[in-house]
Write a protein that binds this ligand. Sequence first.
Ligand code: AMP
Ligand code: MG
Length: 345
Amino acid sequence: MLRKTKTAILSLISAAVLCSCSQTAEPPKSDTAAYNRDVFAMDTYMSMKAYGENAEKALEDSEALILRLESELSVTDENSFIHKLNSSENGTAQVSDSAAEIIAKALEIGKKTDGALDITLYPLLKEWGFTTGDYKVPDKDVIDSILAGTGWENVSLSGNTVTIPEGYQVDLGALAKGYTSDSIISQMRTDGVDSAVVSLGGNVQALGEKPDGSAWRVSVRDPFAPDTDMCIVEVRDKAVITSGNYERFFTDDSGKSYWHILDPEDGCPADNGLVSVTIIGDSGLDCDALSTALFVMGKDKAVEYQRREGNFDMILVTDDKHILYTSGIDFTNISSMDAEVLSLD
Ligand code: AMP
Ligand code: MG
């Protein structure tokens, strides 16, 4: 029998921002007091903290935004655009602007990463049981036959019209939270907030800096002990987004673990030497797409990609317990692993 492991509780424990977040509490006494709001959506605990006189309205608006995006992007909600696409008879559907923007990014990063990011793996994720928690290790011939009906390059997007081949199913789980944190930050700006931080299941995005002028201190989990922190990064106006093998996994009788990020090459959990990838950059959507893709690609290709593209920082953790990070971040190691700066050549 397979031992099932869920990590929703871990998501709650490590909100990943080093500040306490709770439901909106006492009315703030000054402009710099914090307002907090917690929401459970997209199968994740989400915490938001905003400062200033416009914070309360911004949090209200942000909560409504999260719920709207969840209903548009969910792969399971029968009314979502993605569900409509996946169940449409001719493989074509009109999707919302949000879904179209995410799909465009997924295709762009799919191309740039030689298909490491592939939004058509949903039938395989179902077969492994990652969509239901009813886990199993499928037979290789079953994996191969499902894999034959996948491929990001067969998704076409024209304006808001998406077309997929018969039998294909799309899932935006690798990018949806990053898009959502981008959207919350821009909602906060629109509402007149200039200091805020959100954590969507440990994926953090910061607006501006703390009211006292200091940077946000964001913790990243130790993939070998996911209820403890591994390092702190200090950021202003950045997203800090992690993909890790500890986020959703199960273990078979022999003790081997299988996790939810699949390698489109063989349809099995991506096992290319990395156990966690954190991307730090300006756009939550880009960081989320890249955290998943670089996890799949493994260390050497991830480093090569970062050097080539150069517009983000990253923290990689290898399966033999080394931390590697790029020099553009303010990084403090608080783990017992060694941490090495990636050289630029
Ligand atoms: P993240 O936590 O952002 O790395 O996203 C993981 C989620 O993306 C999984 O739960 C799946 O829904 C989906 N997924 C898994 N493997 C891939 C892949 N290679 N490309 C795109 N999406 C994937
Ligand atoms: Mg991702």
